[in-house]
Design a protein around this ligand. Structure first.
Ligand SMILES: [Ca+2]
Ligand SMILES: [Ca+2]
Length: 301
């Protein structure tokens, strides 16, 4: 199969490639207000029980609260108490069909997360707190702890990705995108989390891997064999991907699907092959091989 363009799934994007790929038409950063928690107030996010007090979260001046790691950018970070601290926000952007959404955040621990853990989620719609989160509005989530690689005095990047299937299954297409960070443990925290630099990328997906993204792929579930094979006959003809995302094998399959009988099928493939020969896409020899395989097949018999 001939791939015309490279794929750019969110899941393949490494932080070092972010700038390069974000410039491509298929990767769109979703704007998150105050994404790096640079405002020393709660602008752009909801902080439940903000500092001081139990179950708090808030924004602090560098270095982070009770630890020595510097913010990954700017001067400030957010702080999530292990005692059910929580930060969440609902964006104006909505989930779109055919996109991956990758939420990333830099996380550090106050003094080692121990057995405490936090959860990062992508949800749909508006919530008033973690009690509102359930299987119907959570699109993707991840639980972070020491076992995940959260360490004290150092920020590491963590990501969670919602696939087009996740978004579709949740009925979230067209719904506002929500992001949330929640402490999962009760008790006073010596195992709290610092957060910085929240990013959300929307990336077009190429489900069948033919190099044509789903939103413009007329055949989103293409046959992507290297050559066109009809039953057990390998024509040896390259399985070309056309600009609309359909492959030559897809078109042959379409002939098989619509044929009333064997003659009909062979005639359809012959017409296809001759048309491509006239257009200079196939050589005469290739067109002949394709038609010959169709004739040898039992399709329509
Ligand atoms: Ca495709
Ligand atoms: Ca396709």
């Amino acid at each position: 199969m001939k791939i015309k363009t490279s794929t750019a799934l969110c899941g393949l994007i490494l932080s070092g490639l972010l700038v390069t790929l974000a410039a491509s038409a298929n990767t769109t950063p979703v704007i998150i207000p105050n994404f790096s928690f640079e405002s020393p107030v709660t602008t752009g996010a909801t902080f439940i029980n903000p500092w001081p007090g139990p179950g708090f979260a808030g924004v602090f001046i560098s270095p982070g609260f009770g630890q020595g790691a510097s913010p990954t950018d700017g001067n400030q970070i957010a702080f999530l108490n292990a005692d059910f601290g929580r930060i969440f926000r609902t964006l104006t952007d909505t989930f779109q069909a055919g996109n991956d959404y990758m939420l990333s955040v830099d996380v550090s621990a106050r003094s080692g997360p121990g057995t405490d853990s936090m959860r990062m989620v992508l949800y749909q719609g508006t919530i008033s707190g973690p009690g509102d989160l359930n299987a119907s509005n959570i699109i993707a989530d991840a639980t972070l702890s020491g076992a995940s690689g959260v360490v004290a005095d150092q920020f590491n990047t963590f990501s969670v990705t919602a696939t087009p299937a996740d978004i579709s299954a949740a009925g979230a297409i067209g719904q506002p995108i929500g992001i949330g960070f929640f402490g999962l443990n009760s008790g006073s925290g010596t195992s709290d989390f610092d957060l910085d630099n929240v990013r959300l990328l929307a990336c077009s997906v190429d489900s069948d891997g033919d190099g044509v993204f789903d939103d413009v792929d007329v055949c989103p579930d293409s046959i992507v064999s290297d050559t066109v094979v009809i039953e057990d006959c390998d024509s040896g003809v390259e399985n070309i991907v056309f600009d609309d995302g359909c492959t030559l094998a897809d078109l042959v399959q379409l002939c098989a699907d619509e044929a009333k009988n064997h003659g009909d099928f062979v005639s359809c493939v012959a017409k296809l092959a001759n048309g491509l020969k006239k257009g200079g896409v196939l050589s005469g020899k290739e067109a002949g091989k394709l038609t010959s395989c169709a004739a040898k097949s039992s399709t329509g018999k």
